[in-house]
Design a protein around this ligand. Structure first.
Ligand SMILES: C[S@@+](CC[C@H](N)C(=O)[O-])C[C@H]1O[C@@H](n2cnc3c(N)ncnc32)[C@H](O)[C@@H]1O
Length: 254
């Protein structure tokens, strides 16, 4: 497994009744198993009755963060999106055409899972181990739920740094990148999920290199999500952009 730079920031804990699950997870991840009131780590990955949760320790902190592909906001987004929505359009989805997509910055899996519900085979690549574990558990629940099983069956999850992974991958039709937005764009971090994510994983300052590698290794198109007013990632001008409110999808054709 990739050693992520966030290693010292988090530990595993258990809600009552979930101790066996937490012990297994602690062994797998190599992270310490600590009591729920432990304060030595800024983040705790908690085994709970509803699944895994990521908690930020301290008062006035947002959270907990729990990924649920079967309901809530994800469900609402799935209901209101189609292949003409900005992200699918940018990635080249058309009637009768569903490219296989590598989502190289999986995060909470929201964009990637949406593409899977629209019929794409999706490879989610995430380098931060706590997020990978949240995604893994959420995908297992989605596979067991009749409404999401088909979409979840199209998703492959990979724990890796995408810069290294993309260099070894072959014949990719589309690569999607959504690195953390630049810090000055506060609106971009408005969701509690994204706020917590940035504290845990940092600012993805190597995103320019990731774009260069993606463009070199992808035979189809690379799409980068950007704040509307930001310049292109790493000064690399796209072939065209698809606009969506405060967001822009920059499209690089090979
Ligand atoms: C803004 S979030 C992506 C949110 C995602 N699009 C969603 O819909 O939930 C960015 C994520 O990309 C991950 N990431 C950034 N660079 C990466 C890389 N080179 N390899 C793998 N994951 C990376 C970060 O760890 C973080 O979880």
């Amino acid at each position: 497994m990739v050693i992520s730079p966030q290693t010292s920031l988090w530990a595993i804990t258990a809600h009552p009744g979930q101790e066996a699950e937490a012990e297994k997870l602690a062994r797998r991840s190599g992270r310490p198993l600590v009591p729920p009131d432990e304060t030595r780590f800024p983040f705790l990955l908690a085994c709970t009755a509803r699944g895994l949760e990521l908690r930020q320790v301290g008062s006035n902190t947002p959270g907990p963060l729990h990924i649920d592909f079967t309901g809530g906001r994800m469900h609402q987004r799935i209901r209101t999106s189609g292949i003409r929505s900005p992200l699918p359009r940018a990635l080249g989805l058309k009637p009768g055409h569903r490219p296989a997509v590598v989502d190289a910055t999986a995060g909470l899996g929201q964009d990637g899972f949406l593409l899977a519900t629209l019929g794409c085979r999706v490879t989610l690549v995430e380098r931060a181990l706590p997020l990978y574990l949240l995604l893994e558990e959420a995908l297992q629940r989605a596979l067991a739920h009749p409404a999401t099983a088909e979409a979840a069956g199209r998703v492959t999850l990979v724990h890796a740094d995408a810069t290294t992974w993309l260099e070894k991958a072959s014949s990719m039709e589309a690569v999607y990148l959504d690195p953390m937005y630049p810090a000055r764009r506060r609106h971009a971090l408005s969701g509690k999920g994204m706020q917590m994510l940035q504290k845990l994983v940092g600012k993805d300052e190597d995103a320019g290199e990731l774009l260069s590698v993606a463009r070199r290794s992808c035979s189809g198109r690379v799409v980068v999500k950007r704040p509307m007013r930001a310049g292109p990632l790493a000064g690399q001008n796209p072939d065209f952009s698809v606009k969506a409110g405060k967001t822009r999808f920059d499209v690089y054709l090979s």
